[in-house]
Design a protein around this ligand. Structure first.
Ligand code: AMP
Length: 173
């Protein structure tokens, strides 16, 4: 399956000059999500990342991809959320955007010291969101052993902002 043919390019969304990579047609395709999850599994197996204890999904499209991947890997799923959504004690990280800052949170008891975790999102652009999520993992004492992105925007070189762990990206622009 050629994911690129099923991902919709929406020019000038949400602002002028951005090509939004819309994964909803791929999610709606009867085999789309299955093939994406299988491709992540194959990719991680080829990189020999070993046992995974939890998949961490970044709100909100990281939830859609991360939860079925956790089922496939037979491990837990942990949501990383925008501020004030999680009800119990959280680790918090603030990170810089082009204009202003943003915050992400994860429950303090979601993952334990020494657990092996991977972080999943739909798109890596500048890498700021994924790098911030790695800081949450660091606060928990868990071991980050990989990243998975459905889409990587190579021209933004976002992977240079990330810790040196294996990265699976399925579609590159
Ligand atoms: P960044 O922190 O710059 O790597 O941005 C990553 C986040 O922004 C991801 O959660 C994506 O969902 C979203 N994103 C950034 N650029 C795009 C794009 N061109 N199309 C769709 N989503 C994007």
């Amino acid at each position: 399956m050629d994911f690129k043919n099923i991902i919709r390019d929406v020019p000038d969304f949400p602002q002028q000059g951005i090509i939004f990579r819309d994964i909803t047609p791929l999610l709606a395709h009867p085999q789309g999500l299955t093939k994406v999850i299988q491709s992540f599994q194959t990719g991680f197996a080829e990189l020999n990342i070993g046992k995974v204890d939890a998949v961490i999904g970044i709100e909100s499209r990281g939830f859609i991809l991360g939860a079925p991947l956790a089922i496939a890997l037979n491990c837990g799923f942990v949501p990383v959320r925008k501020p004030q959504k999680l009800p119990s004690a959280v680790f918090r990280v603030e990170y810089t955007l082009e204009y202003g800052t943003d915050t992400l949170e994860m429950h303090q008891d979601a993952i334990a010291k020494g657990q092996r975790v991977i972080i999943i999102d739909d798109v890596i652009a500048t890498g700021g969101t994924a790098a911030a999520t790695a800081k949450l993992v660091q606060q928990s004492g868990a071991d980050l052993v990989g990243y998975g992105f459905l889409i990587e925007l190579d021209f933004l070189a976002g992977r240079q902002a990330l810790p040196a762990v294996p990265i699976v990206s399925l579609v590159n622009y």
